[in-house]
Design a protein around this ligand. Sequence first.
Ligand SMILES: O=P(O)(O)OC[C@@H](O)[C@@H](O)c1c[nH]c2ccccc12
Length: 263
Amino acid sequence: MNILDQIIARKREEVAYRKKHQPVERLRDQGSFHRSVYSLGVFLQDKAYTGIIAEFKRRSPSKGVINAEASVEDVTRAYAGNGASAISVLTDRDFFGGSTADLEAARFNQVPLLRKDFIIDPYQLTEARAMGADVILLIAACLSPVQVKDLAAEALSLGLEVLLELHDEQELEHVCKETAIIGINNRDLKTFTVDIDRSLRMAAQLPVDKLKVAESGIDKVENVMKFREHGFQGFLIGEQFMKADDPARAFQQFVIALRKLSV
Ligand SMILES: O=P(O)(O)OC[C@@H](O)[C@@H](O)c1c[nH]c2ccccc12
């Protein structure tokens, strides 16, 4: 079993457990279920922001512990206060050290919040809405095209936006009218190999009306500039900030350098 298969096998158990202990009706009663959402599509196209979807990630299966100390509140406040178009928060516990509590703790920020997890069941969409997310991730590598379409339609009906993550050409068939924002993951979730040019190669094959997000392995402002030239509106960056002793400062410095190049 590759790592993605292991994550999904564990996720099925986790979702079954959660459904039993937190019935979907109870999720719908939570206050945040009914709040209005921030639109990732709108924020990615607003030039007042950088296009960066800045991620809060404590650890990962590929890197182990990235940052054990960081405070969600402090880091995400710095992300939102310094031009992030959105914030991504890992909510998977077993492989990424995240939690529902982490996302809830980031909710005070007035930018779109992405629930970063492995979504395989509609229950997780209601859960995402209830915990205060605005956007959910659907990963083509672990879903069929029909599952993507059904989960995306349900997410939209709950008022959530969808970021569909692709990695290779075969996954282009997962793109549908319900998925307006497409991320290309430069990291292969099965082998962890990162190829930063993958986004550039695949971008040309995406429908022109989709918003494009380059994901993973971005560690230089020059990468962001290059992605922009290739028509990308979004850049999902985690480790580059989280591996610093002070992720808030690392983000600020990255944005200052990016703004210098952008003028
Ligand atoms: O930390 P990086 O290399 O900047 O990557 C961020 C993000 O793209 C990565 O965390 C990610 C992309 N797709 C995922 C799916 C699940 C978990 C994590 C991810």
